[in-house]
Design a binder for this molecule. Structure first.
Ligand SMILES: Cc1cc2nc3c(=O)[nH]c(=O)nc-3n(C[C@H](O)[C@H](O)[C@H](O)COP(=O)(O)O)c2cc1C
Length: 230
């Protein structure tokens, strides 16, 4: 991978990276207000001249963006970083980030693209979610080597996103909804054990299953998840 970033505006970034408007892309959103910084996976949708973020109101990302309207959309295809920023804040969290150029918010050091932005306004909101329109102040991207596609990465990202909702449902006593999502994760886990045994993917899955099984009051039947060798 080339180590130098190309700099440009949102339009050039979208052209160079084949970004399609109205598609939800998954990034790591970094935010900071006062001394409090945060990184979390988040969906982002592009318009021709802006981006839309839809944080749930119970997230730290939402709270920080309402306090200080700057952030960075960091793109990575490293699923371990998605895992760490979702659930594993203890492991090497600070080493993963560096200063940004135009916003007072850290960026992900190894991102292949970074979009530094300011929140322009609140487009809409309901009890659960807000939609923010964001203006890109600076876009940086690296030319990437082609990487072969594996379903394991898709399975990890789907499992992580379901796991965040399981946590949300359990906190609200919605056990049936949580079990439904746990069944999806069981399916992705079986997929990973077939197509990527004894890899970084199965190792992330194992950590995720331990975490989910520990969530009280989630009384999963014994052996609901089977564990693989690391
Ligand atoms: C791939 C992926 C995409 C996500 N997209 C969103 C999103 O668009 N909005 C949101 O509020 N949470 C989203 N989440 C869940 C948040 O990352 C999760 O709730 C996280 O714990 C919020 O972190 P925070 O409280 O530190 O901001 C996503 C999670 C994953 C794994």
């Amino acid at each position: 991978m080339s180590e130098t970033y190309t700099e440009g505006d949102l339009k050039k970034f979208m052209e160079a990276n084949h970004v399609i408007p109205r598609v939800v892309y998954e990034c790591i959103l970094t935010t900071k207000a006062g001394d409090e910084a945060n990184a979390a996976p988040m969906g982002v949708v592009f318009e021709d001249d802006a981006m839309l973020l839809r944080p749930f109101k119970n997230t730290k990302s939402y709270r920080l963006l309402t306090r200080a309207p700057y952030g960075v959309i960091n793109f990575t295809d490293d699923v371990e970083i998605f895992y760490i920023t979702t659930f594993d804040t203890k492991i090497g969290f600070n080493e993963l980030f560096t200063s940004s150029i135009s916003v007072p918010v850290p960026s992900l050091t190894n991102a292949y693209a970074r979009l530094e932005f300011v929140v322009e306004g609140l487009v809409s909101e309901d009890d659960e979610r807000a939609v923010f329109r964001c203006k890109v102040l600076k876009a940086l991207w690296k030319r990437r080597e082609a990487k072969p596609y594996t379903r394991a990465e898709y399975a990890i990202i789907e499992s992580l996103i379901h796991a965040t909702r399981i946590k949300f449902f359990l906190e609200r006593g919605m056990t049936q909804e949580a079990i439904q999502l746990a069944l999806f994760i069981k399916h992705y886990d079986a997929l990973i054990s077939r197509i990527a045994p004894n890899t970084i993917y199965s190792s992330i899955m194992n950590k995720l299953k331990v975490l989910i099984s520990s969530w009280s009051p989630f009384n999963l039947p014994p052996n609901f998840f089977e564990f693989q060798e690391d």
